[in-house]
Write a protein that binds this ligand. Structure first.
Ligand code: MN3
Length: 198
């Protein structure tokens, strides 16, 4: 089986003025596509070829010999998840059952925002900030490079890509502005609720 680049869940201009069409074009058609292409090359003819994406990620996690496969597979998964974490006219206070869960876990939406932003800004270099669910409830986590919560026994609910390619054309080095905009104008709480109740 070979993997294909999933379609974006909205038009390339749909997130303007917060994320430009150029950023989404490069990010989806170049970066995300390259992870898909490299993954296909790396698994071609191997036993991994028969597995689902999530199984390839779990199978190769932490194995030095398979670092290339893991990195590309996890980046394919992380990006597909990230696209769905955003929508036009999103962001702001949560709706649905996640609202109460956030208050319970963090005290208030503002406290959640602060914690999420802190994780996004303190991720040194490339990586991801996440809201995840485990047996204890909700928590914030950050991962470096391609690392993904699905190999850490927790359920991802929301992510923000903090690799520079996610924001540099629009925000240059101002990662804090990008993360604020993500939280205030882009988060797709419907998708977060779906993940929360699944
Ligand atoms: Mn990216």
């Amino acid at each position: 089986m070979s993997f294909t680049l999933p379609k974006l869940p909205y038009e390339k201009m749909a997130l303007e003025p917060h994320i430009s069409r150029d950023t989404l074009s490069f990010h989806h058609e170049k970066h995300h596509q390259t992870y898909v292409t490299k993954l296909n090359e790396l698994i071609d003819g191997s036993n991994l070829e028969k597995l689902e994406l999530e199984d390839i990620i779990k199978e190769t996690a932490g194995k030095d010999d398979f670092a290339g496969v893991f990195n590309n597979a996890a980046q394919v998964w992380n990006h597909t998840f990230y696209w769905h974490c955003m929508k036009p006219s999103g962001g702001g206070k949560p709706t649905g059952s996640i609202d109460e869960a956030i208050d319970q876990a963090f005290g208030s939406y503002d406290d959640f925002k602060q914690a999420f932003k802190q994780a996004a800004l303190t991720q040194f270099g490339s990586g991801w900030a996440w809201l995840v669910k485990d047996n204890e409830g909700l928590r914030i986590m950050k991962t470096a490079n391609a690392d993904t919560p699905i190999v850490h026994g927790v359920t991802p609910l929301l992510t923000c890509d903090v690799w520079e390619h996610a924001y540099y054309l629009d925000y240059q080095n101002r990662r804090p502005d990008y993360v604020d905009t993500f939280l205030d104008h882009l988060v797709n709480w419907d998708f977060v609720n779906q993940n929360f109740s699944s």
